[in-house]
Design a binder for this molecule. Structure first.
Ligand code: FES
Ligand SMILES: [Fe+2]
Length: 424
């Protein structure tokens, strides 16, 4: 991956801006080791927590990512960023195309151009009319050079696999052959015959890894979200749990077995936590009902194995005990310092009346209470992280396991064999 200009650039000669010599180079024999070496040698404080894991700052490339809601791509080409790349997305005759958003002639953004030749799948640059085929990136006409311009056979720009599915636009930024989208993504989204989906997103001013760390059962939910509208009248979620991370048999992610814990405690010299919160009179319900999964309808009737799973390339699945709803939050790396956080709400199809109710409930309650208020509690904090060394504790067991798992198991064009699923 090319180094982009910015705060991570090194001056020539291998000496960092702080004046230290970087650690000696290792010989890398796999894509993972190359990624690890890049992270280990990067003196940006933001890289410190990820050293030794090989989790790239611009994300794992060989995965499908949601980039927009489908309704956002209309007649005009749309500029997007993904994994630090500027990409133009457009439709012609309903079909989607994605190309690098830079005309190689004199550098103008193709997203300012238009699809002048309907039905050809092409986009024309607004400056001198160079026209590219979206299906293969080839220059098919340099309009101002005339129809016989020899350069038309010599120029190609990068094109990307792109799909519309479940109300979202999906893009594959990697070099490997794209996987089958419906089979690669969580089944709640992939099986649109069983579920319908309501997606929304918000852009966070932080690196994608900080957001995924937030999803590793790190006990922040018990503390941060205790004041959210969904939980404010319920007991604080159990904290000081024992977390046992386990890779999924599919190799796509991990689950976290939770045991023990307490909902309040006395702290010597301080007093009780939570502190005299008399209004927590409700029984645990909805999001607060986190016990008894093995006996739940989700497990017994629908065969769902885990209430919560963390998947590559960086998404969390949080289901309900009913098995009739699951939220998927997906951290999409836009660039080093921006992450698009998708909240993809998935509802089991249980008839038209139930669907109307679920949509109404989302519009008047869930969309506001969770996707705005609850999620914004996380946004404020992950955007407030000051990069640097960490002092991890028992509650970070899941975060540590995730970093090991992701670095070892992310899909990469490995030269030989597949990495171990070991997260110990
Ligand atoms: S810059 Fe695009 S056609 Fe000239
Ligand atoms: Fe949270």
């Amino acid at each position: 991956m090319a180094m982009r200009p910015g705060r991570n650039c090194r001056p020539p000669g291998g000496i960092s801006r702080r004046g230290h010599a970087p650690p000696p180079a290792r010989i890398a024999s796999s894509r993972r080791e190359i990624a690890m070496a890049q992270t280990d040698r990067d003196d940006d404080p933001a890289e410190i927590p990820y050293r030794g894991h090989g989790i790239p700052k611009l994300g794992f490339e060989n995965y499908w990512y949601p980039i927009l809601r489908a309704a956002e791509v209309k007649k005009k080409p749309k500029a997007v960023r993904l994994a630090g790349r500027d990409i133009v997305v457009y439709r012609d005759d309903g079909k989607l195309y994605a190309l690098d958003d830079r005309c190689p002639h004199r550098g103008v953004k193709l997203s300012l151009g238009e699809c002048s030749y309907k039905g050809t799948g092409t986009i024309s640059c607004p400056y001198h009319g160079w026209t590219f085929d979206g299906s293969n990136g080839r220059l098919v006409a340099a309009i101002m050079d005339g129809p016989d311009a020899p350069i038309t056979r010599k120029v190609t720009i990068r094109h990307y696999p792109i799909r519309e599915f479940a109300g979202l636009i999906w893009l594959w930024p990697g070099e490997m052959e794209p996987s089958v989208l419906e089979e690669d993504i969580p089944p709640y989204i992939g099986r649109q015959d069983e579920f319908f989906t309501i997606p929304m997103y918000t852009d966070y001013k932080c690196n994608w890894r900080w957001l995924v760390d937030n999803w590793g059962n790190d006990h922040h939910a018990q503390y941060v979200h205790r004041s959210s509208p969904e939980l404010i009248f319920q007991p604080v979620l159990p904290f000081a749990l024992t977390i046992e991370p386990k890779p999924l048999p599919s190799g796509k992610g991990m689950s976290f077995k939770r045991s023990g814990g307490m909902t309040s405690a006395e702290f010597p010299g301080l007093g009780r936590f939570p502190n005299n919160e008399w209004w927590r009179f409700m029984k645990p319900t909805g999001r607060g009902n986190v016990s008894g999964f093995q006996e739940s309808k989700a497990h017994k009737v629908y065969g769902i194995q885990n209430q919560s799973e963390l998947w590559l390339p960086g998404l969390i699945i949080v289901g309900r005990l009913s098995g009739e709803y699951a939220l998927i939050q997906w951290a999409v790396p836009i660039d080093e310092n921006t992450t698009r956080c998708f909240n993809i709400n998935n509802f089991r199809r249980l008839g038209r009346m139930r669907e109307m109710y679920d949509r109404l409930h989302y519009a008047v309650w869930r969309g506001w209470a969770h996707d705005r208020i609850f999620s914004d509690q996380d946004k404020v904090l992950v955007e407030a992280v000051v990069p640097g060394p960490e002092r991890l504790s028992k509650s970070d067991t899941g975060v540590i396991a995730w970093r090991k798992f992701a670095g070892a198991n992310a899909r990469r064009p490995e030269p030989a064999g597949k990495a171990s699923l070991d997260v110990a």
